[in-house]
Design a protein around this ligand. Structure first.
Ligand code: V47
Ligand code: SF4
Length: 360
């Protein structure tokens, strides 16, 4: 029979927990016990150190051909509030980020119905022209699939051209919940979970690192979450290309799924999800708390629940805020350093590829 003591022994011996054990942890009433186990795993690899980075998000357009039921960001071209940045607007944002000490530009947007592939290449080149030292982490696996169809090229050739233009790595969005039955209800027009994984495998084969997310706290079950993480763990066993796992807590405003949000999600669920991820995903080096959606306080507390990475300064965030996130738009480097220090931990600024830049 599964028990916490049994799982603790297994984890203590450096062994991998299975799906039933992950489910047991999700269902376990003792949050602090699960958290302590996750903290132990994290301490073994990272000690007291917590990563953050100085970055800027650019959401170049909110015009999207899809209508995911959880999304408050996407618009059709003729809807009020629809926008598309031109290259000058992208350049200005990259210049501003550089002047603020950013090392990363994070670009994601809607699936625009009529931008040419060349626009995406030009956007990457524009940021690299501002400074070749800026790392461009851009385009979810969903966007990469869309760009491959747009360009008519193979996935490998699409990625090669994007890389040549300056693509440095991929963010982890678009994963949502990978299991078909849930995905059909969340985002029927989006690529399948299998395709998301296939694109990520191609990304890793192209020599690019990527992140992986999971959108939780809506209609999915704990079993769906475990299934999602199992698929990520399996791909990571094959490629080793994922840098970090980032659970994204569902924001319920201004989207059709919002009224279905069940009362179960909240701070306890957020912390438990991060903790189970830390214990289950033994081949992921980093677990990130995305403070934009969690809020700063839960993100800070999560540092005692297995988390070793906080998303960066962000600066301009639309996807979570359009859906009701009540966190500030940005946190300065000093604020992040203070948040980590007040948790009794050591702040370490990293670059996108997890090279350490400075210990505070
Ligand atoms: O794929 C959309 C999610 C993602 C909502 O890789 C929502 O470093 C909550 O992936 N409530 C995009 N989430 C953001 C993303 C991300 C963010 C920060 C860091 C990284 C990284 C990646 O946002 C989408 C979708 O899963 N999302 N709507 C919502 N209502
Ligand atoms: Fe479009 Fe992405 Fe929103 Fe889905 S989540 S509607 S693909 S912008």
């Amino acid at each position: 029979m599964i028990s916490l003591a049994g799982i603790r022994d297994k984890v203590g011996a450096g062994a991998r927990i299975d799906d039933d054990e992950a489910l047991f942890l999700f269902e376990h009433h003792d949050l602090l016990a699960v958290g302590e186990l996750a903290a132990t795993v994290n301490r073994r690899c990272n000690g007291e150190r917590v990563f953050f980075n100085v970055n800027r998000h650019i959401n170049h357009t909110n015009i999207c051909v899809n209508r995911c039921t959880f999304c408050a960001f996407s618009k059709t071209a003729d809807e009020p509030g629809a926008y598309l940045y031109d290259l000058e607007e992208v350049r200005n944002r990259a210049m501003e980020a550089l002047s603020q000490g950013a090392t990363e530009i994070h670009i994601v947007g809607g699936l625009h119905p009529d931008l040419p592939f060349e626009f995406y290449l030009a956007m990457l080149r524009t940021v690299k022209e501002v400074s070749p030292t800026l790392h461009v982490k851009a385009f979810t696996a969903v966007e990469i699939d869309y760009l491959a169809r747009l360009s008519g090229l193979s996935l490998a050739e699409t990625l090669a051209q994007l890389k040549e233009a300056g693509l440095g790595s991929l963010p982890g969005g678009g994963a949502e919940i990978l299991r078909w039955e849930v995905r059909q209800r969340l985002c029927p027009e989006k690529i399948s979970g299998e395709r998301w994984l296939e694109v990520m495998a191609a990304v890793h084969a192209a020599g690019l690192k990527s992140n992986a997310t999971m959108l939780y706290g809506h209609i999915e079950t704990f079993a769906d979450r475990v299934d999602h993480m199992r698929r990520l763990r399996e791909l990571q066993d094959r490629t080793g290309g994922f840098q970090v796992f980032i659970p994204l807590t569902f924001q319920k405003e201004n989207n059709p799924l919002g009224h279905l949000k069940r009362p179960g999600s909240g701070g306890v669920d957020d912390l438990k999800t991060l903790a189970v991820a830390r214990i289950y995903l033994d081949n992921f080096a980093n677990i990130k708390a995305y403070w934009v959606m969690l809020g700063q306080k839960i993100a800070q507390v999560s540092l005692a629940f297995g988390v070793n990475d906080l998303d960066g300064t962000v600066v301009e965030e639309k996807i979570g805020h359009d859906a009701g996130a009540d966190s500030p738009a940005t946190m300065g480097r000093d604020e992040i350093v203070a948040l980590i220090r007040k948790a009794g931990r050591i702040p370490v600024e990293r670059d996108t590829l997890y090279n350490e830049l400075r210990t505070f």
